[in-house]
Design a protein around this ligand. Structure first.
Ligand SMILES: [Zn+2]
Length: 250
């Protein structure tokens, strides 16, 4: 009788565990890297005498770091599918960027990850450092709607939308935390401006674990010198790659 009771208890426990599984925490199959801006949209622009042509444009920094990051991830984790939302100086719309992510058909019980890469600017030239953004905690986005690929629906079907948003946020914060700690370790002299919330289109619309990183201020002389430096760009791409790998290999 004891054995039967134990068997039933284990069975019930497993069922509860299965039903409370967070679909955003499944093993990551695809990583989307989104180099912010591009083409006619330069992002933030500042004039610096040390920049080629005298002008530093955010879109170029975002792309340079993203291209190195893709290579780094392919080298460190060849089985990971790494997709760039742009790989040259073009401007996919924010809708196109997020659609790439949520229209991708996932293998059963897998998840994807989205990281948007930007550089900051401020009218205050002394503002410096890196910061990480997630969508707001209380923001409710539709995880499933008419645009969701049919094959992805079973992944999210066991929970109501409110629970899914809570589960997504748990993963967003884990991922953002990995980015913050990796950058803090790799760039101890940079200011760590922390993890913040912002109501940003790409973070709301991609329906997966997502974060946006501002890697430094193009409006600050010290940061701008770094942002232009290929060796620094490499270090930044590696620090972001290590944060992604820590999340993926959890
Ligand atoms: Zn930007």
């Amino acid at each position: 009788v004891k054995r039967v009771v134990a068997f039933i208890a284990v069975g019930l426990f497993s069922c509860l565990f299965l039903f409370s599984m967070n679909p955003f925490s499944y093993p990551v199959e695809t990583v989307f890297i989104d180099p912010g801006h591009g083409g006619q949209d330069s992002g933030a622009v500042r004039n610096w005498d040390f920049a080629p042509g005298g002008e530093l444009m955010e879109k170029d920094v975002n792309l340079a770091i993203s291209l190195i990051l893709k290579d780094y991830l392919k080298q460190k984790a060849p089985s990971l599918d790494v997709v760039l939302t742009r790989s040259d100086d073009t401007f996919p719309s924010l809708q196109e960027r997020s659609q790439l992510c949520y229209r991708t058909v996932l293998s059963p019980k897998t998840a994807s990850l989205f990281l948007s890469i930007h550089a900051n600017a401020s009218t205050n030239q002394s503002a410096e450092g890196f910061e990480v953004f997630t969508k707001p905690k209380d923001k409710q986005v539709p995880i499933i709607d008419e645009k969701t690929p049919l094959l992805n629906i079973p992944l999210f079907a066991s929970e109501d939308n409110k629970t899914l948003n809570v589960q997504q946020m748990e993963e967003n914060l884990k991922f953002a935390g990995n980015i913050e700690s990796s950058l803090a370790a790799s760039f101890p002299s940079m200011e760590d401006r922390g993890i913040k919330e912002d109501d940003l289109y790409v973070l709301n619309a991609c329906r997966t674990c997502a974060a946006l990183v501002e890697v430094g201020f193009i409006s600050n002389r010290e940061d701008a010198l770094h942002l232009l430096d290929p060796a620094w760009q490499h270090n930044m791409a590696q620090a972001l790659g290590d944060a992604i790998l820590k999340y993926v290999q959890r």
